[in-house]
Design a protein around this ligand. Structure first.
Ligand code: SF4
Length: 208
């Protein structure tokens, strides 16, 4: 078993197997909602939104004030409402249904997603993993930092190199849980500033 697998297994014991599958547009919206908040608040705001609006087209025509109210549990709700309306408009105009993109070959699908304004590498990979059933491990700022502190990726690795390093050391069926557990761990213990090394459950595996 690789060190990365040990890290993931220990973290999923703590945080659980929080992986899921969903429609591509909903994954995109959840990824936007999850910024600066936790998994639970993201779920509540997402449920609020999709119990009122079902499609990108409906959201693109929504009243921004109403949308912001529905998204309040996720925080930064005015900013997130504006971003979600903008991206819903883009997707409605360009694709209609985002799942047409995720069904393509992984490299083509990734390139298509990255061509949409507002979708960066992490968001594209979340969509590919959670909606497209492609084996990719999304790397956000927490995953990026932790991979280096734990010595799972070279110190000079860029975003793509960290992603490739992790994907080569972790079993694909664990990618979803690994992504979510590493984010939770980054928020609770391995914070960017003042990491809680004295209480860290991965202390024995860490090379920082
Ligand atoms: S020991 Fe500190 S730096 Fe290492 S993984 Fe734990 S919190 Fe992060």
């Amino acid at each position: 078993m690789t060190k990365a697998e040990k890290v993931v297994d220990r973290l999923t014991e703590i945080y659980g197997h929080l992986s899921w599958k969903d429609d591509a547009f909903r994954v995109l919206v959840r990824t936007i909602l999850s910024q600066n908040t936790n998994y639970r608040n993201t779920r509540i705001a997402s449920r609020n939104l999709f119990s009122r609006f079902k499609t990108p087209e409906e959201i693109s025509n929504a009243d921004i004030g109403e949308l912001a109210t529905l998204l309040r549990p996720a925080g930064l709700h005015n900013i997130k409402a504006r971003r979600i309306i903008e991206i819903a408009r883009l997707i409605t105009e360009k694709y209609g249904d985002l799942s047409k993109v995720t069904q393509k070959n992984v490299d083509v699908a990734r390139a298509d997603l990255l061509s949409i304004k507002g979708i960066g590498p992490k968001t594209a990979d979340c969509i590919l993993l959670f909606a497209g059933a492609h084996d990719v491990l999304p790397v956000d700022t927490h995953v990026f930092r932790i991979a280096k502190r734990l010595g799972l990726a070279p110190q000079d690795a860029d975003h793509e190199a960290v992603k490739i390093a992790l994907e080569s050391q972790i079993s694909p069926e664990k990618f979803g849980s690994a992504h979510i557990a590493l984010i939770s761990f980054g928020r609770e213990y391995c914070r960017a500033r003042n990491p809680r090394c004295g209480e860290c459950p991965l202390d024995d595996l860490c090379s920082a």
